[in-house]
Design a protein around this ligand. Structure first.
Ligand code: GAP
Length: 434
């Protein structure tokens, strides 16, 4: 984990936010490679959830949201964590995450003390004010999940898209929670991105669709390169279920500190649509004109986090091996996830090679995200590309000027193949596991 945090900083994936001021409360910024990685994670999710399906459409609801939404959804009342203070060292903790002593008392991870204040509910939503006056009438919340933006748009989507259950809305965007104990790098932060699908189904089919999405979402991580032994699906016990859920399972990843949630799949029943319907007075139901049937659909919700998924991909891909007697670090990232798919590397930065190298780069840029590097010796540039997970390097050398061929090097095997430039796009497309 320490190695990964170091690599993330050194290679420009993730920087501590406001670092020049000593950092700011577990917030992070994504650097040049981090934004590419995050974009690829979101694109891969969108591709499988929207692009390759016919019954799912996109949505992008506002982050600033009306208190009425959170009152109806139950978040104002229920979206709380039990907060306790250690009386010895004054640190604040989530009571449900504290270790216990042998005789069952809560134990402070900081000082080992066992004297705590009584647990009190702490609402995780960030409250703010819209407009110049900071009074109760101006209160708004930063959304703590994207889900409610789907539910309050249920009727709008149904009207404009003429969909019939099963159908879904997909949304990717920021959410905010005033977490008591953020930590484990970007695993738990107060500002984070979610990828959520709300899938509306006939109530009688809800269990079948719940099981479908558990399998589908687990397999998505496997298809993108996470070994099965690093993943598990864990069903929640009754006591663990959220106030809206009739059944939840988490896709968990074997993080260095133990199993941790990547994504939750929940059967939210008709809780949300009924709650918003009751609070707003709007009818939120599906009417089937062919059968005359009218019902409130159940919702199956696969909800994933971008940063946790990024971390899981990085941790699963991080490896070291030996090449020509030297140790190398590499990220065996799937080509959909790797920040760059191709690096174009002129063998030398002599002027003679650069025009052809630029031509090769321009040929590849429309099909893949390309890095272009003319610094240092070629061996060191290969190492850098291995370390950031670039699946293919294309080297332009002095022979290329004569024979119009380039060398394509594979990250994992380090094998090299000479390829005619006029067949390069075809070769790259077939080599990348698109
Ligand atoms: N709409 C349901 C919902 O929000 P959740 O399990 O609270 O469910 C879904 O969140 C996913 O969002 C989690 O599995 C996790 O990947 C991500 N997530 C939640 N809280 C987070 C936090 N504080 N920091 C980073 N990611 C978080």
């Amino acid at each position: 984990m320490e190695e990964l945090v170091r690599l993330c900083k050194a290679r420009g994936f993730v920087f501590p936010s406001a670092e020049i001021y000593g950092g700011f409360r577990s917030t992070y910024d994504y650097g040049p490679l981090g934004v590419l990685l995050a974009r690829n994670v979101k694109d891969a999710w969108w591709r499988s959830m929207v692009q390759l399906r016919t019954e799912v459409v996109g949505l992008d609801a506002s982050i600033l949201s009306s208190p009425k939404i959170w009152e109806a959804s139950g978040h104002l009342k229920n979206f709380t964590d039990p907060l306790v203070d250690c009386r010895t060292c004054k640190q604040r903790w989530r009571a449900d995450q504290l270790p216990t002593t042998e005789d069952g008392k809560l134990k402070c991870p900081n000082c080992g003390g066992t004297d705590f204040t009584d647990a009190r509910p702490f609402n995780l939503m960030f409250k703010t004010f819209v407009g110049p006056v900071e009074d109760e009438g101006a209160v708004a919340y930063l959304r703590p999940e994207t889900a409610q933006g789907h539910f309050v748009n249920f009727a709008n989507v149904l009207q404009t898209e003429h969909l019939k259950p099963p159908f879904g809305t997909a949304q990717v965007g920021k959410s905010f929670r005033n977490e008591i104990t953020p930590g484990n790098f970007v695993f738990r932060t107060r500002e984070f991105e979610q990828m959520e699908l709300e899938y509306y189904v006939p109530p009688d089919d809800a269990q079948r669709w719940f099981e479908y999405w558990c399998t589908e979402r687990y397999e998505w991580y496997v298809r993108l390169g996470i070994p099965r032994e690093m993943l598990r699906l864990r069903h929640h016990s009754k006591e663990e279920l959220s106030h809206y859920s009739a059944g939840t399972a988490d896709v968990e990843f074997a993080f260095p500190w133990g199993w941790g949630e990547l994504e939750g799949i929940a059967n939210r029943t008709d809780f949300d649509l009924k709650a918003h319907s009751a609070a707003s007075g709007e009818t939120l139901e599906y009417f089937d004109s062919s059968t005359g049937e009218r019902y409130v659909p159940y919702v199956i919700e696969p909800a994933a986090g971008v940063a946790r998924t990024m971390m899981a991909f990085l941790l699963a891909a991080y490896t070291t091996d030996e090449v020509a007697g030297e140790e190398r670090t590499l990220l065996r990232l799937h080509s959909r996830i790797a920040p760059y798919q191709v690096a174009v590397l002129p063998l030398s930065k002599k002027d003679t090679l650069l025009p052809l190298s630029q031509e090769v780069l321009q040929l590849l840029q429309p099909v893949a995200m390309c890095d272009y590097d003319i610094t240092r010796a070629i061996g060191r540039r290969y190492r850098r590309q291995d370390e950031i997970g670039t699946p293919l390097c294309v080297t332009v050398d002095f022979d290329s000027l004569e024979d119009k061929m380039v060398t394509v090097r594979d990250r994992d095997s380090t094998t090299q193949e000479r390829v005619p430039i006029d067949r390069l796009v075809e070769t790259v497309n077939s080599r990348l596991a698109w």
